[in-house]
Design a protein around this ligand. Structure first.
Ligand SMILES: Cc1cc2nc3c(=O)[nH]c(=O)nc-3n(C[C@H](O)[C@H](O)[C@H](O)COP(=O)(O)OP(=O)(O)OC[C@H]3O[C@@H](n4cnc5c(N)ncnc54)[C@H](O)[C@@H]3O)c2cc1C
Length: 250
């Protein structure tokens, strides 16, 4: 429950396959309507490729998650038709300040030149990004976005894969030439297929707090090492939309 944001509830629609009228094979199926799966599906549909996007949930991500979007990401969001809503809602910033204890020891400006189309960064709660992506996805005729559709199994077969998909009305089968797996960091599908994830895990733990506060702070990122209010640790402060300040305590 947030005082500044009402979680949307997206409609579930009975898939045509359950009535025996759906096309059974698609060029591309994307699993997971988080920021990554939505972006991939929008990109494909905009390029003329018919795509089915399946998600087991019917809302956006809950809680405080992704915050900052850099210039290159803003360019990609522009290409997806999402630059304007994200800019309008997000908090633009270019200056970051680093403090050791109570003293500023470093600062940077991500956009020292004037007249760029986009700022160095915007801060925007992930649930807003996903809401804008869903709205964009629903405008595209080649994109079939299905909520409350959970992929139960994936069987690679010849030049494609067969999926079992569970809905409130029962289970159906889909075949696809290509499968984009975007079901998150703890991907159940990767586990089902015995696929590992390559990369490094950042072991630190953080306490994340979103504080609604009317304050006259500049639109800047502040980063403290060993501050008096959290000795021996680091703290990060970002201003987000709706006067929500995100504080990450190491
Ligand atoms: C507490 C927290 C704080 C974070 N803070 C930051 C931050 O400050 N900055 C930052 O950049 N990132 C942050 N992240 C990470 C960021 O949220 C993720 O990188 C991002 O959500 C990944 O997007 P995604 O689309 O890959 O996966 P997800 O957002 O996880 O989306 C996966 C989707 O797939 C669906 N799904 C899963 N299994 C199935 C299935 N079998 N069938 C159908 N659908 C399925 C899920 O319901 C979900 O909608 C944070 C994450 C957390 C948890």
């Amino acid at each position: 429950m947030l005082s500044t944001y009402q979680y949307p509830k997206f409609d579930y629609v009975r898939p045509p396959e359950l009535s025996g009228v759906g096309k059974k094979r698609y060029p591309v199926v994307v699993v997971g309507a988080g920021p990554v799966g939505l972006a991939a599906a929008i990109e494909l549909a905009q390029s003329g490729v018919p795509v089915v996007l399946l998600d087991d949930d019917d809302t956006v991500s809950v809680g405080s998650r992704g915050v900052c979007y850099a210039k290159r990401t803003l360019e990609v969001l522009d290409r997806l038709g999402l630059g304007e809503p994200c800019m309008d809602k997000g908090v633009s910033w270019n200056v970051g300040r680093t403090f050791f204890r109570e003293q500023e020891v470093y600062n940077f400006n991500l956009l020292p030149q004037p007249d760029h189309k986009r700022p160095g960064m915007i801060n925007l709660q992930q649930y807003y990004l996903e809401e804008f992506e869903v709205k964009r996805a629903q405008e595209l005729p080649k994109l079939d976005l299905r909520f409350k559709n959970k992929v139960l199994s994936v069987t690679p077969e010849g030049d494609g894969a067969t999926l079992q998909v569970e809905t409130p009305d029962g289970v159906y089968t889909l075949e696809t030439d290509w499968l984009v797996v975007a079901d998150g960091a703890r991907s159940g599908i990767r586990r089902l297929m015995n696929l590992d994830i390559e990369g490094k895990i950042f072991k630190d733990r953080f306490l994340i707090a979103d504080v609604v506060m009317k304050a006259d702070f500049p639109h800047e990122r502040w980063f403290w090492f060993d501050p008096p209010f959290h000795p021996g640790q680091s703290v990060l402060l970002h201003r987000q939309a709706d006067n929500v300040y995100r504080i990450d305590f190491q």
